[in-house]
Write a protein that binds this ligand. Structure first.
Ligand code: GKR
Ligand code: MG
Length: 423
């Protein structure tokens, strides 16, 4: 079997006005959909972020993949590296840590690797989890992912006046109401609050309100490096016994290590340990107790397995990070989570925030906060080509080309600055 054709399609889907330490989500989130076709008439699917600088590298890698054997992922990675040529493609929002040429290569390779694993599964009739070594669980548990948010985007950016059913959440009551709705709709059994938006005392109050309303749900708070080491110490002490982990309170590995030395709960990260090169220093300093893996950033599903082995070796917990995503990414996350025995925490997902998708009749349904692991070949999904075309049209029309939460926030609050730490 040989790859004959690779298509990279940028798409835009509606995203509510979700707040974070960098600013606010724009009305449209961007993704790139990868289709890898073979001379057998099969088509494998991958998905990743859709920023313009990454798209350019994805397109180069797509050309280089033509002629490759989808079962030879080592050759595919070599071809990808040659095509990317050491280029770095950092994010404007900086919410997934510092970039480097190696990390950019991992990002470019990931959706092609996923698409080839999907192809291998389709060709052999086996699910992707089986190709990764087996199924450690029948269901994958996810966490609710709460955001402070505006009731709607200012200035009605959508052609219709569609309501945002989630409403505003700018204080503890709003956060609890959002949690109720999300738990009622999806059955989540753990809850994460995206912080770094309001002064830490207010976010502590929101977590306490969640604890009172959901006494049995493990809770997490993630301010995306909005706090100094001193502030992080204070918040960690105030939330002793309340949080299962505190995520990225402060920037850098040395900063996290200082906080970790006194924090009563484990620290988690998707901002300071974001590639294999970050692991030795983090382990040596004891900076993090939990790594949030993300196959989009770590170089695919097999690389995420390597990360899991390192975490297991050093007694580090493993959870999974999420950005705004569609159904191809969800499928890949479910297969990876199914095949990772030491995934020790419920997985993050932005799923409840999206209202459009490129996957036809999505088979991945949330019940009791978890998703059943399918036994169907490959990723077990098909593209809805009409929706793919519509979301591509939406991409062409919407004008967003790279995610920039800070620039979008500054349109409404010109004095807003991206500062990490802020408090
Ligand atoms: O979507 O605003 C967001 C999140 O802040 C996301 O970009 C982060 O990368 O979810 C992420 C996190 O856990 O830090
Ligand atoms: Mg995070």
């Amino acid at each position: 079997m040989r790859i004959t054709d690779v298509v990279v399609t940028p798409v835009a889907f509606r995203d509510p006005a979700l707040l974070n330490s960098a600013g606010v989500h724009e009305p449209y989130a961007l993704r790139a959909v990868i289709e890898v076709r073979t001379d057998d008439g099969l088509c494998g699917l991958g998905e990743t972020t859709g920023d313009e600088n990454l798209l350019a590298l994805l397109n180069r890698a797509a050309s280089a993949a033509v002629g490759a054997d989808p079962f030879d992922l080592i050759d595919l990675e070599r071809r990808t590296a040659a095509a990317v040529g050491g280029h770095d493609s950092p994010d404007a929002h900086g919410l997934t840590g510092p970039s480097s040429a190696a990390k950019s290569l991992a990002r470019v390779f990931s959706p092609f690797e996923v698409a080839c694993l999907d192809l291998q599964g389709r060709a052999t009739g086996r699910p992707v989890w089986a190709l990764l070594g087996g199924k450690a669980r029948e269901r994958v548990p996810f966490s609710a992912y709460l955001f402070y948010k505006w009731a709607a985007h200012p200035g009605s950016p959508y052609p219709d006046e569609e309501d945002d059913p989630w409403g505003e959440a700018l204080d503890p009551d709003g956060v609890v109401a959002q949690a109720r709705r999300m738990v009622d709709l999806y059955g989540f059994r753990s809850i994460k609050l995206k912080g770094g938006v309001f002064p830490p005392e207010e976010e502590i109050e929101a977590i306490r309100a969640l604890r009172a309303a959901f006494p049995d749900h493990p809770l997490r708070l993630d301010p995306n490096c909005a706090w100094t080491v001193g502030t992080s110490h204070k918040v960690a002490e105030a939330l002793d016994g309340v949080l299962e982990y505190l995520e990225d309170p402060t920037p850098t590995i040395p900063g996290m290590a200082e906080v970790a030395a006194r924090a009563p709960m484990p620290l988690a990260t998707n901002m300071c340990v974001v590639g294999f090169a970050d692991l030795p220093e983090s382990v040596a300093r004891g900076a993090v107790g939990v790594v949030l893996s993300d196959h989009h950033y770590w170089g695919g599903l097999r690389a995420s397995h390597k990360l899991a082995a390192v975490c297991d070796t050093f007694g580090i917990g493993l959870s999974m990070h999420s950005n705004s995503h569609l159904g191809i990414s969800l499928a890949a996350m479910v297969h990876l989570a199914a095949a990772t025995p030491n995934l020790t925490y419920d997985v993050d997902t932005h799923w409840p925030w999206r209202s459009e998708d490129v996957v036809a009749d999505n088979p991945y349904v949330f019940t009791g906060g978890s998703v059943a692991v399918p036994d169907t070949p490959g990723l077990g999904i098909e593209l809805d080509r009409d929706e793919l075309a519509r979301l591509h049209e939406q991409y062409l029309r919407c004008g967003v080309r790279s995610r920039d939460d800070t620039a979008y926030m500054r349109r409404f609050r010109p004095e807003f600055e991206k500062r990490r730490p802020r408090w």
